[in-house]
Design a protein around this ligand. Structure first.
Ligand code: 5GP
Length: 204
């Protein structure tokens, strides 16, 4: 008797430390799989195709979109991002928890379709700190940093679309908070799956 995997949706404005947080989380949750998104943006140094994203052309993205292969998709900044249905279904049915890293548009789409999962927003301690982290990363032009900061401010304003909000002061602490949330959510009465036949029989 096995329960279905739990989708964990995480959003964070650019420069909040989401990538590092998710990497640490992956190490701490043995039952977690990542729903690797597709994107049309260019691969960054240190990223791997098929690991960080499936990097595809705008034409390939359009074709997947038309074939309804995405659970949701969104244009973020100047590029396209989408979560494939297949990435989720196969892991969920196998009982794995799944991590979806989405922007606020993706979250809005999932909420509209009443998608079952836990929605967590990670925020920086301040807008100033978010700018500092983006500049330190050194992968973006000043124009792109400004654009990401503006998008980030809009994302922060959408915090009520989420179930939980965590301020990322320090990665370990943030990961601990996520683990605590997941543990509590899994113990919800609505998610209880009897672990033996005698308990199942008792509950009817
Ligand atoms: P980045 O280019 O910095 O990797 O990601 C930019 C934004 O796109 C981030 O907010 C990230 O969470 C979001 N994102 C990544 N994959 C997806 C996806 O499949 N769907 C949606 N809606 N957003 C995504």
């Amino acid at each position: 008797m096995k329960s279905e995997g739990l989708p964990i949706i995480i959003s964070a404005p650019s420069g909040t430390g989401k990538t590092t947080t998710c990497k640490v989380l992956k190490k701490r949750m043995s039952n977690l799989k990542i729903a690797t998104s597709h994107t049309t943006r260019k691969i960054r140094e240190g990223e791997w195709d098929g690991v960080d994203y499936h990097f595809i052309s705008k034409e390939e993205f359009e074709s997947k979109k038309n074939k309804k292969e995405f659970l949701e998709w969104a244009q973020v900044h100047t590029e396209f991002y989408g979560t494939s249905l297949e990435a989720i279904a196969k892991h969920q049915q196998a009982g794995f928890d799944i991590l979806l890293e989405l922007d606020v548009q993706g979250v809005a789409s999932l909420r509209n379709m009443d998608f079952k999962g836990i929605f967590i927003l990670i925020l920086p301690p301040s807008i100033e700190e978010m700018g500092n982290r983006l500049r330190k990363r050194g992968t973006e032009t000043e124009e792109s940093i400004e654009r990401r900061l503006n998008t980030g401010k809009q994302e922060i304003k959408s915090y009520q679309k989420y179930d939980y909000v965590i301020t990322n002061n320090e990665v370990e602490e943030t990961v601990e908070s996520i683990l605590a949330i997941v543990r509590a959510e899994k113990s919800r009465v609505a998610r209880y799956v009897p672990t033996s036949d005698d308990i199942k029989e008792l509950l009817g």
